[in-house]
Design a protein around this ligand. Structure first.
Ligand SMILES: NC(=O)c1ccc[n+]([C@@H]2O[C@H](COP(=O)([O-])OP(=O)(O)OC[C@H]3O[C@@H](n4cnc5c(N)ncnc54)[C@H](OP(=O)(O)O)[C@@H]3O)[C@@H](O)[C@H]2O)c1
Length: 250
């Protein structure tokens, strides 16, 4: 594991567990000081913070915010600015994901899915854009292949992710040339922690059958792409890279 700092700073949202934690570890390995955001997973965030600070002292801090709350988003941006002298990379990874079968969709579900997946990412990006611009930084949005391919009974989630894909391209124009903005569209990486009763177990088999590489990806696959787009791709902006084993070919 790398042990030297590059002086670069990255903020990763939803980083206490799963893909977000893998992205935080990878960016830390690349020499970044990592600010890990969490909402309710305080214990997971603290564990990751201890792990990363044990590798390099004071190389990780944890920040709590509910991205569905506008005030929390403002506070998160302010705390990130106060903790670090500058910001090089923002990874908008946090997400709410659940089924919303048509006919029963509530305002509360619409708001949560759009706020956690899109509105929070937008306002956090807006708040941090000046800091990112000062360091010729980057934004990486974690989208979903289902921004382009409908996922049965998940219309609201897929609409929010489609918005995030457009936000990637629109902000690349608006923030260029100072800030690069890219996205990653994961395919099947980790199943949700709660079994998806709406899609059912058969969905997993169908999905893998329609994936060229016939297997799931790993959080490290997404983390490697985030490192590339965030830190190592100076002439790439406005792109959404599918990291999906070829799922988007079917
Ligand atoms: N897993 C996959 O196979 C897959 C496939 C396609 C796309 N993706 C995308 O990849 C990213 C990571 O996936 P994942 O499965 O690792 O995500 P996840 O576990 O479903 O969610 C990541 C984190 O988002 C945070 N979050 C949820 N609502 C929030 C809110 N209102 N405010 C702030 N944080 C909130 C949660 O933080 P706390 O735990 O702290 O509450 C959670 O740990 C997501 O953007 C997801 O859409 C994943």
């Amino acid at each position: 594991m790398g042990n030297s700092s590059t002086g670069r700073v990255a903020l990763v949202t939803g980083a206490a567990h799963r893909i977000g934690a893998a992205i935080a570890r990878e960016l830390h390995r690349a020499g970044c000081r990592v600010l890990i955001h969490y909402r309710s997973s305080a214990a997971g965030a603290q564990q990751l913070l201890r792990e990363l600070n044990a590798v390099r002292p004071d190389s990780c801090a944890a920040l709590q915010a509910d991205l569905c709350r506008a005030n929390d988003v403002r506070e998160l941006a302010a705390q990130a600015a106060a903790l670090a002298p500058g910001l090089d990379l923002l990874v908008n990874n946090a997400s709410a994901f659940y089924a919303t079968p048509l006919g029963n969709v509530t305002d509360a579900q619409w708001n949560e899915l759009f706020d956690a997946n899109l509105k929070g990412a937008f306002f956090l990006s807006q708040a941090l854009a000046p800091a990112l611009a000062r360091r010729q930084g980057a934004i990486v949005n974690i989208v979903d292949i289902h921004a382009d391919i409908p996922l049965p009974q998940h219309t609201v989630y897929t609409m929010a992710k489609a918005g995030l894909a457009m936000m990637t391209r629109a902000l690349a124009v608006e923030l260029g040339p100072s800030v690069r903005v890219n996205g990653i569209a994961p395919g099947a990486i980790l199943w949700p922690e709660q079994p998806n009763v709406v899609l059912g177990a058969a969905h997993a088999d169908t999905l893998l059958a329609q994936t060229a590489l016939k297997r799931m990806g790993t959080p490290e696959d997404i983390a490697g792409a985030a490192r590339f787009l965030g830190l190592e791709a100076p002439y790439v902006t406005g792109q959404v890279l599918a990291v999906d084993g070829g799922r988007n070919l079917y």
